[in-house]
Design a protein around this ligand. Structure first.
Ligand SMILES: [Zn+2]
Length: 175
């Protein structure tokens, strides 16, 4: 649906409403050979043994930022690092019908060019059962991304974010 922007007056058409990250940043940074040797990644789960011989566990989730004028949300497809115990719980309850009301402590495992300090940001993770990937709520409400999450953003801001991400070359913007 074409959208005449209230900020810049241009038509923003076919705006991507989600971005995805192929793997957690600490895993990506190992390089291909070490990744193959130290761990594994699927579309939803990742685990590996880091250089300090520590086992690390990650789940891919979604951080939703409301876009009220589009009646939609922009979805950051971040990976989140969790404890081994929580990782096992997530795997065990993967096909449960009900979303969980109990938050799991996690940290975001991808940096983004748009905001400082997103890598390592603490979140509450809520599993969504078979419906969706786990949702993330940022704990530190003063972080700019947390403020966007609670207040929402305009379509114009989404377009702006996508431009910054593409310019950074760190991620591919999905359709
Ligand atoms: Zn605009």
């Amino acid at each position: 649906m074409p959208f005449k922007c209230g900020v810049c007056g241009q038509i923003h058409d076919n705006v991507a409403m989600d971005v995805a990250f192929g793997m957690p940043d600490p895993f990506f940074r190992l390089g291909r050979r070490e990744r193959d040797r130290r761990g594994q990644v699927s579309t939803d789960l990742c685990q590996f043994v880091d250089a300090e011989d520590r086992e690390r566990f990650f789940v891919r989730g979604v951080l939703l930022v409301p876009v009220p004028e589009a009646n939609d949300s922009f979805a950051w497809g971040f990976w989140a690092e969790v404890s081994e115990k929580d990782f096992d719980t997530i795997v065990d309850t993967w096909d449960d019908a009900k979303p969980s009301k109990t938050p799991i402590h996690a940290t975001i495992a991808n940096p983004i060019a748009v905001f400082e300090g997103v890598l390592g940001l603490e979140v509450d993770l809520f599993t969504q059962g078979a419906e969706d990937r786990p949702h993330m709520i940022i704990r530190d409400k003063s972080h700019p991304l947390a403020q966007q999450q609670s207040r929402g953003i305009s379509i114009h801001s989404v377009v702006d974010i996508l431009k910054q991400l593409e310019a950074s070359g760190e991620i591919k913007v999905t359709e």
